[in-house]
Design a protein around this ligand. Sequence first.
Ligand SMILES: [Zn+2]
Length: 276
Amino acid sequence: MPSWSIHRLITSSVVDEVRRLGYSCSEEFLRGVYEGVVDPDRSPDIESVTRVRVRRGKLYIREQKTYARHHGASKSIIDYYYNLSLYYARRGDLCKSGFMLGRALHYAQDYPLKRRKWLILDIHEKLEGEIEEIADDVINKGFCRDSEDVAKDVKKILKQSTKPEQVLCTSYRASKAMIMQYLNELREEVDKKKLAKAVRTVKTVKWLSGLVLWTATFALHSPTLLLFTIFASIFIAMYRPSIYYKAMRAGLMIVKPVGTKPAYTGQEKVPACHKP
Ligand SMILES: [Zn+2]
């Protein structure tokens, strides 16, 4: 998106519509949302890619770091901030919850803008200019509103385009879907004790299977088994079942995204939420 004012324009228009549909959003939550929705441009997330190369019989492992993409962002970063937002909501911190939802909204709003036409032509500045010109009209006159108001899946809405109206309306619809999904999910009861127990069971099984594998490897002295055990251990360590994400949304634990170093991991202060 070209400017912070457009991010805030889309967000406030969606909040108005969602309120008209009977949902309530507290002032504290919205204070976080309006700061969070511009924050990824101030505090970027870092994506890291590990590249493995074999050259002249030698193995080279290199980690490449770049700023996380905004246009066509990775869905895992959108999911991460959405889950983090529910994590804080379930722990009673509505401002931080709004702030993290704002960050997820920023990526979802930036997503639809396609930078290149016919693969080579970089039209992103031209397109941003066109969006800037029509945004007030398109958003304020409600051109992007759907007739039906059911909660939709954000990921199914997110598609890229080089047409300014389409970019704006996809941003709008994805934002609406995300906010509605968040508010609907918060209405549901969660059994934190049951979830915590399930997570403990998964962690124990993971730990035990690692132990069994390594014990067998040392007992049998087999190089083939050693190689298998190394790969299996990496897989076991990386494996994140859906129950982990459920536990994150319930406020029990934070699951970091694969391949991304997020700007917020639960330890950082959010200045917008520390004002009196
Ligand atoms: Zn951006």
